[in-house]
Design a protein around this ligand. Structure first.
Ligand SMILES: Nc1ncnc2c1ncn2[C@@H]1O[C@H](COP(=O)(O)OP(=O)(O)OP(=O)(O)O)[C@@H](O)[C@H]1O
Ligand SMILES: O=P(O)(O)OC[C@H]1O[C@H](OP(=O)(O)OP(=O)(O)O)[C@H](O)[C@@H]1O
Ligand SMILES: O=C(O)c1cccnc1
Length: 479
């Protein structure tokens, strides 16, 4: 890092200035409930892949302010009372966190994280929780769409050099793997995902030798198991391909052809070039050679290239994945839904002229309703935490705005989406590794109708409120 980061100060000033007031107003021990949720699926899509919980856990279980932090705050903020600074000196997260596990498909309005904690703590952690979840959820969703377009071909994340900083590159790589990428070029990501980073070679490597063949040959000497040659530095069909084929044929003759070998295209008409390259490789008896491609690709171009019959079976995706190019921010929010003062519990909602922006009050949970026959998800139901639904009885769900739109479900089962993560400041959750999260997402996608996951005009998944929650919300609005 360029300087030692103080992630505890990676927050907005107003969280601290409000904390300063909570201390002097004796409100710090009020117990607040906050929900973190998205308002819209990104990329005009029909679903979102949640990610970032592992970093949220690490943040909440380690957060503390150092003496250096306190000195910095003292120097710049004479408005902070000594009592507040003393509070920060001893700061620890002592509250509760429930969360939807990473790699789960989530939808607008439903809590992805639910925090219940002393007000000052729940407030101070807001910005960082949003930063982590907004970023990784956005990139995991983008990756999932690209992987879907690739239709089973491996996708490699190549974006670090175009990321908005090294931290975005690192956690973006993690999120891309959660979303289904087979690997990343980011070497630091090996710490997070426990798999080797992957890659090919750059144009500068080839330019550094007097001729292209020599560059290929030298590279092959040090890459006996996995060899990908970049063929477009001078002329793909006239130079790069003949040189690559010459080397592969020589290695084959010497019984030294790596188990995984092939070429990468990085410019030009990828459909045309990949078909021509395939013909040349096949003609030379190199049917196993993999053709990979990169060049400003995204899910739409991958889908389009497949429609054009491109002979590409490995995709390197950089800029448009790591920056979530067509939608650079997710817009998840963190809203208060309940506060308890002197033992009195008050449910809260934020009013807006836009009905979609009115928040849901109370201490809530989310259940996913599955059709037992198809095992597909039908709808999610947000309800009060203590509500119990008898799954043997028919269940009526209704649209929260157009309430006359009702469905009666019979052959269904429910699954609670929020699980306990931290209780009384202590971790109670067995964290899965990134590969397990990736595999969880695969299972999740199998429970979704393609109408929800398709790119164009996806069907809107039902997110309903239970009758009790709907009534409570409307009573609060009327009041
Ligand atoms: N067959 C194709 N159909 C649709 N888009 C394609 C096809 N082949 C390539 N593309 C895309 O078109 C764009 C090509 O852009 P452009 O021609 O500016 O650069 P390039 O071919 O990569 O060349 P250079 O890197 O030398 O500038 C890239 O986004 C690439 O993914
Ligand atoms: O196209 P993207 O999806 O963003 O994928 C990453 C890009 O980064 C590299 O290009 P760059 O020009 O930076 O380096 P190079 O000279 O090695 O090609 C690589 O060749 C890809 O084109
Ligand atoms: O290994 C590669 O081919 C690679 C890595 C980063 C960016 N572009 C390509």
């Amino acid at each position: 890092m360029y300087h030692n980061r103080s992630v505890q100060l990676s927050t907005d000033y107003y969280q601290l200035s409000m904390g300063n007031v909570y201390i002097s107003d004796d409100k710090k021990d009020d117990i607040a409930v906050f929900d973190l949720f998205i308002r819209k699926n990104p990329f005009k899509g029909g679903y979102t892949v949640c990610a970032g919980l592992e970093q949220v856990i690490s943040y909440l279980t380690n957060i503390h302010f150092t003496e250096e932090d306190i000195e910095l705050l003292k120097k710049h903020h004479p408005e902070f009372s000594e009592e507040f600074l003393e509070y920060l000196r001893n700061f620890k997260f002592t509250g509760e966190l429930y969360a939807i596990p990473e790699g789960t498909i989530v939808f607008p309005q439903e809590p992805i994280l639910r925090v219940k904690a002393p007000l000052i703590q729940a407030q101070i952690i807001e910005t960082t929780l949003l930063t982590i979840v907004n970023h990784q959820t956005l990139i995991a969703t983008k990756a999932s769409r690209i992987v879907q377009a690739a239709g089973g071909d491996p996708v490699l994340e190549f974006g670090l050099r175009r990321a908005h900083g090294t931290e975005a590159g690192l956690y973006g790589a993690r999120a891309a793997i959660i979303g289904g990428c087979a690997g990343s070029s980011n070497v630091e990501s090996e710490y997070l995902v426990d798999m080797p980073s992957k890659g090919t070679m750059s144009h500068s490597f080839i330019l550094s030798y007097d001729d292209e063949y020599e560059a290929f040959e030298k590279f092959s000497e040090h890459n006996p198991d996995n060899l990908t040659l970049l063929v477009d530095t001078y002329n793909t069909l006239e130079s790069g391909m003949p040189n690559a084929i010459k080397l592969f044929t020589k290695l084959k003759g010497e019984n030294k052809l790596p188990k995984i070998y092939g070429i990468r295209l990085d410019s030009g008409d990828l459909a045309y070039l990949s078909k021509e390259c395939r013909k040349m490789l096949d003609k030379a008896g190199l049917q196993e050679a993999v053709i990979s491609a990169s060049s400003d690709l995204d899910e739409y171009l991958v889908r389009d290239l497949k429609l054009q019959g491109a002979k590409i079976s490995l995709w390197g995706i950089g800029t448009k994945l790591i920056t979530a190019y067509d939608q650079p921010a997710l817009g998840a929010v963190y809203k208060m839904s309940q506060i308890e003062h002197n033992g009195q519990v008050m449910n809260k909602l934020k009013i807006s002229n836009d009905p979609g922006k009115i928040t849901n009050p109370a201490y809530k949970k989310v259940a996913r309703i599955y059709d037992k026959a198809s095992n597909k998800a039908l709808a999610d139901l947000i309800m009060l935490d203590d509500e119990i639904i008898d799954e043997t009885q028919p269940l009526t769900i209704f649209h929260p705005v157009y309430t006359w739109k009702k469905t009666v479900l019979t052959n269904y089962r429910l699954k609670d989406l929020l699980v306990p993560i931290i209780i009384d400041g202590k971790l109670v959750y067995d964290k899965p590794c990134v590969k397990e999260i990736q595999s969880h997402l695969k299972d999740e996608l199998n429970t979704m109708w393609t109408a929800i996951t398709r790119f164009t005009n996806p069907h809107e998944y039902h997110i309903d409120l239970s009758q009790k929650l709907w009534t409570l919300k409307n009573d609060l609005l009327n009041a």
